[in-house]
Design a protein around this ligand. Structure first.
Ligand code: PLP
Length: 348
C-alpha cells in the first residue's frame, strides 16, 4: 500500500478532503496568533516564540529540550544523524515512515544502515524480533545503535504495554530509543493517556504540528540537552535553520493550546465514516484513531475516486488495494454527509 496514492482532481469546489490530515488550513484565530508573534533570528537563538514552543513541548512531554524543524522528515533525519554515525544501524519497522517514506535519507546522507522488521497487526514490533536483529560486536556487522518506533502507525495507537516490551528489548541490547510521534497526540487521545506517558520510555521524540493539530508548518524534536545541541548543528547543516520562524512557532503553540482536545472529535467522525462504509457491504473496513482504510471487494478504486471528486470529495484512491481516508479538523459533519451521499450514490 502507498499511503500517498494519487487522488482524482476535483471538478468544482472541494467540500471534503480526506487525502491526509496535512491538508488542514490555518483558521482565523491561528492566523491572528501568527500575525501577533514576537520574532527574532532563530539561527542566532533570538526568536522568543520558537524558544517558547520548544520549552512548552519539552515540558509537556517530559523531556529536557526541544528543537523546532521545518518538517517531520527532517526531524526524524536529524534524530537519526544525531544518534548514529556512519556504519551504525537503526532497527525499525518495514512499514514505518523513517524506513518507507523518507527517501532513505538516513542512509543517503548519513551512511546509516536500516534493519526493518515486520510490523505486527497492532502497529508494534515483536520484542523477540528486536533482540534477534541486534548485531553482535563483530567487524562483519554494522553497529546496532538505535531502535526507532512509531505511534500512531497507520492510525493504530500502539498500547503502552506493547511499547514497554519493545523498549525493554532495545534497552537490554544497549540501544537508544526514538519515537516517531508524528501523530503523538492522536495516539494519546486514542489510548486515553497523557502524551508524556506515551513518550516516557523514549530518549527522543519527534512530533508533527502540521497534521491533525492544524499548523501549516513544523515539527519539534525533543530530547536531552546535549542531544538537542548536536541536533541543532545537523539541522543547520541540512538547511533547516530558519530566521524569523516565530510566525510558524506561534501557529504550533496555538495548535497545542487549542487543537488537541478536538482530536477526539476527529476520531469519532472516523468511526462514523467506518460505520457508513460497513453499511455499504462493499469491502473490508478498518478504523483506528483518525484513519479509515477501505478495501473495495472489486477494484473500483479509480472509478470511486473520480465519482467522489465530482461531488467535491477528495480521496487518495490509487488503482487497487486499501484506500486510506483521514479525518481532521477541517472535516465537518456536513462534509461527512457529502461523503455519505457520494458513496451511497456510487454503490446504490
Ligand atoms: C507525516 C509523517 C512524518 C513526516 O512528516 P513531514 O512533515 O510530512 O515530513 C513522519 N512520520 C510519520 C509517521 C508521518 O505520518
Amino acid at each position: 500500500m502507498n499511503q500517498y496514492a494519487k487522488a482524482s482532481a476535483p471538478t468544482g469546489a472541494v467540500i471534503c478532503d480526506l487525502r491526509s490530515d496535512t491538508v488542514t488550513r490555518p483558521d482565523a484565530a491561528m492566523r491572528a496568533a501568527m500575525a501577533a508573534a514576537e520574532v527574532g533570528d532563530d539561527v542566532t537563538g533570538d526568536d522568543p516564540t520558537v524558544a517558547r514552543l520548544e520549552i512548552t513541548l519539552a515540558e509537556r512531554l517530559g523531556k529536557e529540550a526541544g528543537l523546532f524543524l521545518p518538517s517531520g522528515t527532517q526531524s526524524n533525519l536529524v534524530a537519526m544523524l544525531s544518534h548514529c554515525g556512519r556504519g551504525e544501524e537503526v532497527i525499525t519497522g518495514r512499514g514505518y515512515h523513517v524506513f518507507k517514506y523518507e527517501a532513505g535519507g538516513a542512509s543517503v546522507l548519513g551512511g546509516i544502515v536500516m534493519d526493518p522488521l515486520e510490523v505486527a497487526a497492532d502497529g508494534g514490533l515483536e520484542p523477540a524480533a528486536i533482540s534477534a536483529a541486534v548485531k553482535e560486536d563483530d567487524s562483519h556487522h554494522p553497529v546496532s545503535r538505535l531502535l526507532s518506533l512509531e505511534n500512531t502507525h497507520n492510525g493504530k495507537a500502539v498500547s503502552l504495554a506493547r511499547i514497554e516490551r519493545a523498549v525493554t528489548a532495545g534497552r537490554a541490547a544497549g540501544l537508544a530509543l526514538h519515537l516517531d510521534g508524528a501523530r503523538l497526540f492522536n495516539a494519546a487521545t486514542a489510548l486515553r493517556r497523557d502524551a508524556d506517558e506515551v513518550t516516557a520510555p523514549f530518549d527522543t521524540v519527534s512530533v508533527c504540528l502540521s497534521k491533525g493539530l492544524g499548523a501549516p508548518v513544523g515539527s519539534v524534536l525533543l530530547g536531552p540537552v546535549e542531544f538537542i545541541a548536536r541536533a541543532r548543528r545537523w539541522r543547520k547543516m541540512l538547511g533547516g535553520g530558519l530566521r524569523q520562524a516565530g510566525v510558524l512557532a506561534a501557529a504550533g503553540l496555538h495548535a497545542l493550546e487549542h487543537h488537541v482536545t478536538g482530536l477526539a472529535a476527529d476520531h469519532a467522525r472516523a468511526e462514523a465514516l467506518a460505520g457508513i462504509l460497513r453499511g455499504l457491504g462493499a469491502g473490508a473496513v478498518e478504523q483506528d484513531s483518525n484513519m479509515v482504510f477501505f478495501t473495495p471487494d472489486s477494484p473500483v478504486n479509480a472509478r470511486l475516486g473520480a465519482h467522489l471528486a465530482k461531488q467535491g470529495v477528495l480521496i487518495a484512491a490509487g488503482y487497487a488495494g486499501p484506500i486510506r481516508m483521514v479525518l481532521h479538523r477541517d472535516v465537518t459533519d456536513e462534509a461527512l454527509w457529502a461523503v455519505q451521499n457520494g458513496l451511497t450514490e456510487f454503490y446504490g
